[in-house]
Design a protein around this ligand. Structure first.
Ligand code: ATP
Length: 493
């Protein structure tokens, strides 16, 4: 049976991975805190994104922008007037509900692109009632998703600022400085990882819909005349990728080249970046059958996007967006040029012309959604062992190697501490000598530790230890002098 979201949330709390913020005061809806092991998992995911797509990718460089940004950025990007959600308010009990969630659950109607009056009509036609007090719902209003705060001692219209609802705009606002100082040539990308804030009407599903979360975004910029000049495309055009379909599986595997021909990808670069992220999720443990591409319809497109495709994950509550990737075209840079009256075109050496770069792809990833998908994929109740075995990828786990003396006597702990000291600089290690060895194995399996090194009586005789594999419980014997290399091989296999 598939693990439910409540079961996973309870497990995360029990293990101290994630818990509601300031729980002693009752928590705050849509905000979570991360315990000692949870923060390691989250940091490892961020580090893997950064290493794979920024540090080890010569096309991408990174920045870190401020959370409170100049308010004119959000006027220029049109977030101030367009980043709105539609809310239904119960006139009897005051309950507020996100119109999209309510209407989709009760009627199956997709309300993307519908106006307030369309939604009033739907409520009336389907006689939708408040889930709390059962009164008929009639009141509908638009709601700005950005959190507001103010700068300085006086609070008025001039002091009003916003917490950023996406990291992307900082990349556009800083674009000219980054370009001038980095000696990059088109095409290139600018990436950022950082907090984003959205005053979601109904945060729910644990880490899926939060009010405070982190994003990893890349703006991939090309010469607008060279949208399809993507040398990397040749290598992937015959690879297959799952595209959403109404069949039983929920998708059909099609070649990348076929999707480009059908104009599902906006360009070769768009296809290239979607494929790269799809493969990235597979590399770190998400099974292909749980991933698919879902193109946005015209009505679903955000105000800035010319095209957008989501990578969806099969969550227990349905196929839902895990990652978004839009072709933002010239929208943002031209909006900022107009609003700031600063020139943002750059000199393109290849064509010897000044151009305003075109955002061919914007991979946009919520870190917590990625963490949630990895946790679902890894969570396995092992009937034989009688407890949860968390099969996270060895690069995501909080502890990579646990070191345990078989028993806490006869010189085994001393020897085990020596072994621990020899490897702890190379891997995320944990030393554990308390409780029975079976209990210690169980504790490590539950938090996902892929390898346990055990020091036993044979170690004292021949300087060998066992390495136990979390998934199979198989134990192999290796010499201590070879332990580092062996563990490195296993973790990087
Ligand atoms: P949704 O339709 O789920 O509200 P969105 O289309 O508004 O998402 P984007 O603006 O495309 O989301 O954001 C890019 C990514 O940021 C999403 O794919 C998701 O991983 C993450 N994200 C967006 N909103 C939230 C949120 N409220 N909580 C957690 N992650 C989020």
């Amino acid at each position: 049976m598939k693990t439910g979201i409540d079961e996973l949330a309870r497990f995360c709390k029990r293990k101290g991975f994630v818990f509601p913020t300031s729980e002693i005061y009752g928590g705050l809806q849509g905000f979570y805190d991360y315990g000692p092991l949870g923060v390691e998992i989250k940091n490892n995911i961020k580090q893997l994104f950064w290493n794979d797509f920024v540090t080890n990718n010569e096309l991408i460089i990174g920045i870190e922008g401020s959370i409170i940004t100049h308010p004119r950025v959000w006027v220029a990007s049109q977030h101030v007037n367009k980043f709105l959600d539609i809310m239904v308010r119960c006139s009897s009990c005051g309950n507020t509900l996100k119109a999209e969630t309510l209407i989709e659950a009760k009627t199956g109607i997709d309300i993307e692109g519908k106006s307030v009056s369309d939604i009033k009509e739907i409520l009336k036609k389907h006689k939708l009632k408040c889930p709390k007090c059962n009164s008929l719902l009639t009141e509908v209003e638009e709601f700005r998703l950005m959190f507001e705060t103010s700068i300085g001692p006086f609070k008025d219209e001039n002091s009003k600022v916003y917490l950023r609802p996406e990291t992307a705009q900082l990349i556009f606002a800083d674009f000219r400085s980054v370009f001038q100082t980095s000696r990059l040539k088109l095409p290139f990308g600018i990436a950022q990882i950082g907090k984003a804030f959205r005053n979601e009407i109904s945060p729910r599903n644990f880490l899926f819909r939060l009010r405070e979360f982190e994003q990893f975004e890349i703006e991939f910029l090309v010469n607008p005349e060279k949208l399809n000049e993507c040398p990397l495309y040749e290598k992937i055009k015959n690879k297959k990728i799952n595209l959403a379909d109404d069949n039983k599986q929920g998708y059909k595997a099609l070649k990348i080249g076929e999707l480009l021909k059908r104009k599902i990808f906006a360009s070769k670069w768009h296809g290239y970046w979607l494929y790269s992220f799809f493969e990235w999720f597979k590399k770190y443990g998400i099974s292909e059958k749980n991933l698919r591409l879902k193109p946005h319809t015209k009505e679903q497109l955000a105000h800035y996007a010319k095209a957008c495709i989501d990578i969806e994950y099969r969550f227990p509550f349905g196929w839902k967006e895990l990652h978004g990737n839009a072709d933002r075209g010239l929208f943002d840079l031209s909006q900022h040029e107009k609003a700031s009256k600063e020139k943002l075109s750059i000199y393109d050496e290849a064509t010897s012309k000044k151009v305003l770069p075109y955002v061919a792809a914007e991979p946009s990833q919520g870190i917590e959604r990625a963490m949630l998908a990895f946790l679902f994929e890894a969570y396995n109740f092992d009937k034989k062992r009688g407890y949860v075995v968390l099969k996270l990828h060895p690069k995501i786990v909080p502890v990579q190697v646990a070191v345990c003396p078989l028993v806490k006597k006869d010189g085994l702990p001393e020897k085990a501490k020596d072994v621990y000291a020899g490897i702890k600089g190379c891997f995320r290690c944990f030393y554990d000598e308390s409780g029975s060895i079976g209990r210690r194995y169980a504790r490590q399996d539950e938090i996902g530790t892929p390898y346990i090194v055990t020091i036993d009586y044979d170690t004292l005789k021949d300087n060998t230890v066992t390495i136990r594999d979390r998934n199979t419980t198989y134990q192999q014997r290796v010499k201590i002098e070879e332990l580092n290399n062996k563990l490195w091989e296993l973790i990087n296999a």
